[in-house]
Design a protein around this ligand. Structure first.
Ligand SMILES: [Mn+2]
Length: 442
């Protein structure tokens, strides 16, 4: 019988070794490994580390070899982390017992139970799209204007996958690449030029055709239009619709297509997909951050995405003008409905005074969300004369429904629309609509 001290050390070692393998060991041979248990000897000098590997025999073999190579690195990191008189020698043992297989199966089924339940089976749509995309017909990808991390990440990942299959597919967008996304690979295929002829159009991350701006009707030039999106307000109607509002990001939907066309996920593709998933989940903090989303993120990190580098590039690279614009927005901050609504506005004068551009408004709405006790956040942004782009956020009411009333759309917790009129009129109308939605909830 192990002593209590042994049991305590076993648990500690299991936790620390798992974490070290997850974060410090970057060996491409290392597969999906679980430390199922640790047994330390009575003299605390040697620890038997039981390992289970997901996959076939070859993967298990490669993973065990990688662990042996990493053994001294893991041991010295354990020395840094643990206050043990003696850091035990590590002996890795592949766990093949039925008991452990059973335990893994239980863990997996527990995990699957946590997946968002959808009443729809998307496998046929994925298969149909993959089949279409492997025919090598001239194809163009379309993403929404004011492209965000998800639109760009999904589109570039898909284009890279098709390139692996020997086909160059351009990605059409009405707006240029925002500077914060310049780190993304393969952005050379982003274009404002519609290709001369294409037979297949793939529209990504757009709630409806108006989001394509001047290219609203362009996909129809194709013989087959595929629409892949996760916005709740998407009404569908393309030749092939692959619409899943329960998905945290369009990147999430694109991944199974990439797999189905037989492309291998490269570091570049992982970077693109991770950027889409991370930006649409607020770097895994929004309410669409499920266990499954984190798991998908972890998988992409294993495949080469650099979470720190991506977060730095997207969030920590503000131009001075963008911060000045944030300052203007914060100065304008006000509240309505007894503080339940907070809103800010950016007038054409604010853009002129700071020299900031429309892309520099990204992130401002997230500042508004930090106001304590606020239930709905609204940002009014001037686009052209008397035309206001309005961003809405709420964790209480369905802002997609509100945006839809004004011809916009989005997700329950994050949506947007564009309204023409004078700012006082537009603001009064929007605040009134939100106030009655709040009242209705009571
Ligand atoms: Mn998205």
């Amino acid at each position: 019988m192990p002593t209590r001290r042994q049991l305590r050390v076993n648990n500690l070692l299991q936790e620390e070794i798992s974490q070290i393998i997850r974060t410090d060991i970057r060996d491409p041979d290392l597969g999906f490994v679980t430390i199922t248990g640790v047994e330390i000897t009575g003299d605390l000098r040697q620890a038997h580390v039981h390992v289970s590997v997901l996959g076939d025999e070859e993967e298990a073999h490669n993973t065990m070899a990688a662990l042996v190579r990493a053994r001294s690195a893991i041991r010295s990191e354990l020395g840094n982390r643990l206050r043990l008189k003696y850091v035990p020698q590590l002996v890795f043992e592949l766990d093949e017992t039925a008991q452990h297989a059973q335990r893994i199966e239980t863990l997996v089924s527990k995990f699957e139970n946590e997946l968002p339940q959808t009443d729809h089976d998307f496998a046929p749509a994925v298969a149909q799209i993959a089949q279409l995309l492997t025919q090598q017909r001239p194809t163009a990808i379309f993403i929404h204007c004011h492209p965000d991390g998800d639109a760009l990440g999904s589109g570039l990942a898909l284009s890279l996958a098709l390139q692996q299959r020997g086909q160059f597919v351009p990605m059409v967008c009405a707006d240029p690449l925002p500077s914060r996304y310049q780190f993304l690979p393969a952005t050379d295929r982003l274009t404002t030029q519609v290709p001369a002829d294409f037979e297949v159009a793939v529209v990504l991350d757009a709630a409806d055709r108006r989001q394509l701006g001047p290219f609203a009707e362009t996909p129809d030039q194709a013989q087959t239009v595929v629409w892949i999106d996760h916005h709740r307000t998407n009404q569908g109607g393309a030749d092939i619709d692959y619409l899943d509002p329960s998905a945290p990001a369009t990147a999430w939907l694109v991944r199974p297509i990439i797999e189905a066309i037989g492309a291998a996920i490269t570091t570049d593709m992982a970077t693109c997909l991770y950027t889409g998933l991370a930006t649409d989940t607020g770097f895994f903090t929004f309410d669409n951050t499920t266990a499954q989303a984190l798991y998908a993120g972890a998988q992409l990190i294993r495949e080469g995405a650099n979470p720190h580098g991506i977060a730095q590039a997207v969030n920590k690279q503000h131009k001075l003008s963008a911060l000045h614009l944030q300052g203007q927005a914060l100065t304008s901050l006000d509240s309505a409905a007894d503080g339940r609504i907070v809103y800010a506005q950016l007038t054409p004068g604010d853009f002129d005074a700071t020299g900031a551009e429309s892309e520099d408004t990204e992130g401002i709405i997230d500042l508004l969300k930090t106001v304590a006790d606020s239930e709905v956040q609204v940002l009014f942004k001037a686009t052209t004369h008397n035309c206001w782009r309005i961003s809405l956020r709420s964790s209480l009411i369905d802002v997609a429904a509100i945006a839809q009333k004004f011809g916009g759309g989005g997700h329950i917790a994050a949506a947007g629309c564009t309204i023409t009129g004078s700012l006082p009129e537009v603001r009064a109308c929007m605040l009134e609509t939100i106030t009655s939605a709040l009242d209705e909830r009571q």
